[in-house]
Design a protein around this ligand. Structure first.
Ligand code: ASP
Ligand code: MG
Length: 436
């Protein structure tokens, strides 16, 4: 069970988490994020230090410490648990105060960023102690690791974690830190921002859990963007492949890269809402459940690049040369469509746009269209599902479409539209495909 920053960000929310993790008798590993706002604050402290602004860093450290002192006062009622929690706060803020005096490095930055999860888990553990809830704190730094390419080492995580669990086989409830890990050099490192979901998925895969529950404050993945359309529904069930298609759109409730370990070990991932614990939420598993369209999602800030060349006609190797330019500038291509004499691609970063266009120009005429949005229709076997294409294009007939990508996978149809039309497009799809 993983709980994010907002789920542990207030004393009363920690209380709620303690109830959720003791609802049944099944042995459970609980993965916690830092209290909401903490990692951002630590990033700022680190940035101040990197710029040599010790006064600024000190002010931020003091402000954060005051927040934790107040939190402890509110969270804990008994003298000895308060003293224990305050000792934890003292220890971690002493560390932050010491780093003010040493020279900044990347390794130190990682150490700073790790403080949030270390504190949240220790505070929560003290809270459980006060409530008399038997549990054990599992230090993530003892089993969670990444290799020299920053890829998690699932094999080693499995071995180390099962050893730890075996040594403590009398326990049923374990608390551990999300996000933090050790790198190939043995230093403290992390799984990148939002990485606690990744921790949860890795832990679930490592122990072959019956389920990996991601608890947030939304009731699952929705069929459309609630900020754009009036009515949306939580999706009941998604396959791992469908979820992967949606992940690109920054379906905020699930960290995009976190799904593969669970998929590898076939552990269902449930997205649940702390505020409505009995709502079904969304389950992501091997089977897609139903056939048909499940969700539409959009991503803004897309740039379309069209390369037109008569030399492409009947030529081979043309696409490779085009793609090599993007590879050279570490720019990933998202959508592709081709005709006999042209190829259009989309990218979502303009960092190297100038250089890319310059290097593409020898191949033909290059057109760039900015301010585009990808709108994807995701579902199970949608390509084969009755009349989806017909319903889709009927629904959106008033919207100009820049590109269409269909057939790349049976789970996805992607359209590129000028961003100015995105809202309308999502609304039309909501009624045309979901009847909402
Ligand atoms: N605390 C980390 C962050 O804010 C990890 C997480 O919350 O998933 O990015
Ligand atoms: Mg988070």
């Amino acid at each position: 069970m993983k709980f994010g920053g907002t789920s542990v960000g207030k004393p009363e929310r920690m209380h709620q988490v303690s109830q959720l993790i003791t609802r049944d008798a099944e042995p459970t590993i609980v993965v916690l994020s830092a209290l909401s706002g903490t990692t951002n604050a630590l990033v700022e402290i680190s940035n101040s230090l990197a710029q040599g602004d010790r006064t600024g860093a000190k002010q931020k450290i003091d402000k954060l410490e005051a927040h934790y002192r107040a939190f402890v006062l509110d969270l804990l009622k008994e003298e000895h648990t308060r003293a224990k929690a305050n000792a934890v706060i003292t220890e971690h803020f002493e560390f932050l105060n010491i780093i003010l005096r040493i020279s900044f490095s990347e390794a130190l930055n990682k150490d700073i960023l790790a403080q949030g999860e270390l504190m949240s888990t220790k505070l929560f553990s003290t809270y459980l102690e006060e409530k008399g809830i038997d549990h054990m704190l599992l230090p993530a730094l003892e089993f969670m690791s990444v290799d020299s390419n920053e890829e998690p080492q699932l094999g080693s995580i499995k071995i180390k974690l099962s050893q730890l669990l075996q040594q403590n086989s009398d326990k049923k409830l374990f608390i551990t830190q999300g996000y933090i890990c050790r790198n190939a050099k043995g230093e403290v490192d992390n799984l990148k921002r939002g990485g606690s979901d990744y921790t949860a998925s890795l832990v679930a895969a490592a122990i072959n859990a019956s389920v990996c529950e991601i608890w947030t404050d939304i009731d699952g993945m929705h069929n459309n963007d609630p900020r754009v359309v009036e009515k949306t529904n939580a999706i009941k069930q998604l396959s791992f492949d469908e979820a992967a298609e949606l992940a690109y759109f920054g379906a905020k409730i699930l960290h995009p890269t976190c799904i593969w370990p669970a998929q590898l070990e076939n552990v269902p991932v449930k997205l649940l809402n702390t505020m409505q614990p009995d709502a079904a939420g969304t389950v992501i598993m091997k089977e897609a459940g139903t056939v048909g369209v499940k969700a539409v999602a959009a991503k803004d800030g897309i740039i379309a690049i069209k390369i037109k060349s008569s030399r492409m006609l009947l030529a081979y190797g043309f696409l490779r040369k085009v793609f090599e330019v993007f590879e050279k500038y570490h720019t990933s291509i998202d959508m592709i469509t081709t005709s006999e004499v042209a190829v259009s691609v989309t990218i979502d970063s303009d960092t190297s746009l100038k250089q890319i266009v310059k290097e593409l120009e020898p191949f033909g005429t290059v057109d760039v269209e900015k301010d585009q949005s990808i709108v994807s229709i995701v579902g199970n076997e949608i390509a084969q599902t009755d009349h989806v294409l017909q319903r889709l294009f009927t629904a959106i007939s008033e919207v100009p479409v820049t590109m269409v990508s269909y057939g790349g996978s049976p789970h996805n149809i992607s359209l590129l539209v000028p961003s100015a039309h995105k809202t309308r497009m999502l609304q039309l799809l909501n009624s045309g495909l979901f009847g909402l």
